[in-house]
Design a binder for this molecule. Sequence first.
Ligand SMILES: [Zn+2]
Length: 318
Amino acid sequence: MTDHGHAERAAPGPVPPAVQRDRWAALLGSGAPVLADGAMGTMLFSSGLQFGDPPEVWNVTQPDVIRRIHRGYRGAGSRIILTNTFGGNRLRLSLHGNESRATELNQMAAILLRAEVDAAGGTALVAGDIGPTGSIMFPMGLLQVDEAVDVFAEQAQALIAGGVDLIWIETMSDLDEIHAAIDGVRRVAPEIPIIATMTFDTRGHTMMGVSPERAVRALIEWGADAIGGNCGNGPDEIIPVIAKMRAAAPDALLVGKSNAGMPELVDMKAVYKAEPAVMADYARDARAAGASIIGACCGSTPAHLSAMAVALGVDRAG
Ligand SMILES: [Zn+2]
């Protein structure tokens, strides 16, 4: 990688654990709201990704597109930005024959985002994104805990090798699976900050029947540093999730990353129609309900995040 004259830029590679912790404390220690980022998939589709294509392969084949998407969110004021690795575990990658590429695709994703954040200077954190395996855990399904922990450890190891500051485990429905993900991360990185969010899209619970109260208590016990909800059916769903977590865990650092409204099916595709002004209101409401880390999920763009930054009064230049 070439040096563009930023004297503070470190060599590519893992961020030392003490530096990860210092950066986390510097960004979140004051209690001020922090803007996370918005959708990756929505931006990829508008950049030409076809349905069914594995997005993680673009970390290698279209690195400039991935960096441009990250840059858009950073410019909007996002200070926690997620790598393009939502489906980057080997079980999910096996759906399109890429299971042997987990290390390559995750490490490259982290390198791309690290380069983008470092080039901008400032205080944004690089979050290694870990999503569900897509498999159902034993005994309802076939995925054993030990294998799940291995799968998540492999992904986390590659993200850390590429230089992430923290790990963000998201869109989980099953407590056993998110527990395996936390354990997998902790196996390779005992100290790295972990954000853990689940999707409460089924009558206020996850698809597997987990309530916000139960989720927040379990995730605190398992050592997550920040906990909340992401994706789902939009602000009207996620605000009560945050409020219930706050009531159950008064001291927890809480997170909201709502979709841009309720998904509507158009030509067999989910589309999200909330305007930036609606997401600005959501950001204020999420803050009032107790969230400290506030971002957006499916359907959102840098325009939504810009409106949220203004609503939260965060420093967009920092
Ligand atoms: Zn989403």
